[in-house]
Design a binder for this molecule. Structure first.
Ligand SMILES: *Cc1c(COP(=O)(O)O)cnc(C)c1O
Length: 457
């Protein structure tokens, strides 16, 4: 009945935001070589760089921190976490890790190697990097519906089942695993349907291939299933997640997302033989089986966060506030990937700044404008992040010049979001005066983190 989104929490502890003027920010972004990764967080008003590890913990989680059992072996905090993950996933074997990529390294270095291939709706960049580092190949097969940024279809995170079957038919023996990333982070934070996952699971079973869920945002995904997929209207979010886990052989999680903690991850597996092999790697590289790379207190907070994240009021607030930002800037004429996903809003900066060509990085222009005008930090995920050079040194641009506005969990209120919307309205009115960017210094790998830019005059 009412339009205002009420955050389903009260604030007990606060952290200051330091205000700056546009004049100051123009100087600060210049000193940071027009790369927001090089800004000090203290100089940022609203930080939408990532939703990873930036969640606000609850008073229950902070209380749990004090209860952390720091014993080397058999810590009660581990036993609590193990029980929580077993109950959620249905998988008996739980390996704690310091974050998601450590779980990925363990699983994919064991399953991977030269000649192996991995298939996914879309591999997240750390997933791809761990697979490729093992010598294997990572192949993305998102549903063709993902390409249409304006259609109302809700499950653009799906995997392309036809292509999946082709790969399974021709190369099942080579396939290390099929990975369903839920929600599809690199694809636009778009959800994956239960039906799509059921069919992918059935195909993997038929061809005897391991099926893994990258479950970083499975609670957010459950929200979309309950509200947009037939037959799940009366399920609890947790039961939807449980059903999805039941379709797979294992799960890899970065707890820095939907476990509402600042650090942590896990690998959970059905198969004992695979779990034993992975446990050996865990002990060599992360730590003993009952702590992985974590402190007891981290595991305690994770166990509590994994339960809180499925609460109805929390997920309603989470998804509707992301949607609120997306819908409002879309209404203001900003081109966004639609429908809005779970954890972030993705702006098409190439469309927003049609006068700036790909080789002048319109996404980088937008992240700099957001900072100068509003002190907002976002991340470019276009040709700065994914562009390559041909033999002549010409840029091969990314398919789309996107900017991601990721929303930290339980951190910002509606007034913060309203402020971001106002900044976008201002940018929309000043599109023509925005200038392209050029790279003046860049490292060989992962250049987006440290590259230096200048404005094209
Ligand atoms: C963040 C993320 C990872 C990697 O997790 P880290 O905790 O950052 O190491 C893997 N997959 C997806 C989908 C992610 O979003």
């Amino acid at each position: 009945m009412f339009k205002t989104i009420i955050e389903p929490f009260k604030i007990k502890s606060v952290e200051p935001i330091y205000m700056t003027t546009e004049e100051q920010r123009k100087k600060l972004i210049k000193e940071a070589h027009y790369n927001p990764f090089l800004l000090h967080s203290r100089d940022v008003i609203i930080d939408m760089l990532t939703d990873s590890g930036t969640s606000a913990m609850s008073s229950q989680q902070w209380a749990g921190i004090m209860q952390g059992d720091e014993s080397y072996a058999g810590a009660s905090s581990f036993l609590k976490l193990e029980k929580e993950i077993q109950d959620l996933t249905g998988y008996p074997h739980v390996l704690p890790t310091h974050q998601g990529r450590a779980a990925e390294r363990i699983l994919y270095s064991y399953l991977g190697g030269k000649g192996k291939i991995f298939i996914s709706n879309t591999h997240f960049d750390t997933t791809r990097a761990n697979i490729e580092f093992s010598g294997a190949e990572a192949i993305d097969i998102p549903t063709p519906a993902a390409k249409d940024h304006d259609s109302e279809f809700h499950f653009k995170g799906n995997i392309d089942l036809e292509k999946l079957e082709e790969y399974l038919k021709t190369s099942a023996k080579q396939i290390g695993a099929v990975i369903q990333t839920v929600t599809n982070n690199s694809g636009g934070g778009q959800p994956v349907s239960m039906e799509n996952t059921k069919q992918a699971s059935a195909l993997c079973k038929k061809y005897g291939v391991l099926f893994v869920i990258d479950c970083c945002r499975i609670a957010e995904n459950s929200y979309f299933i309950r509200h947009y997929e037939k037959g799940y209207e009366n399920y609890s979010y947790r039961d939807i997640a449980k059903e999805m886990f039941s379709l797979a052989d294992g799960g890899v999680m970065s707890a820095k997302k939907d476990a509402l903690v600042n650090i942590g991850g896990f690998l959970a597996l059905k198969d004992q033989v695979l779990a034993e092999a992975c446990t050996n790697l865990l002990i060599i590289t992360e730590g003993f089986v009952t702590y992985g790379g974590l402190a007891g207190r981290d595991m305690e907070a994770m166990a509590i966060g994994l339960r809180e994240v499925f609460e109805d009021d929390y997920l309603t607030y989470r998804i509707t506030s992301t949607k609120y930002l997306g819908e409002h800037i879309r209404k203001a004429g900003i081109p966004v990937i639609y429908p809005i996903g779970g954890h972030a809003v993705y702006v098409d900066a190439g469309l927003m700044y049609p006068h700036i060509p790909a080789n002048q990085y319109p996404g980088q222009t937008l992240v700099c404008e957001l900072y100068k005008v509003g002190g907002i930090r976002a991340v470019e995920i276009g040709s700065v992040m994914f562009g390559k050079y041909d033999e002549k040194g010409e840029l091969i641009p990314a398919p789309v010049e996107l900017v991601r506005l990721a929303i930290p969990r339980r951190v910002y209120t509606q007034s913060h979001i309203d402020y971001v919307i106002e900044v976008f309205e201002h940018l929309k009115d000043n599109v023509k005066s925005a200038k392209g960017m050029k790279i003046v210094k860049e490292p060989k790998f992962l250049r987006h983190f440290t590259a230096h830019f200048e404005e094209v005059s």
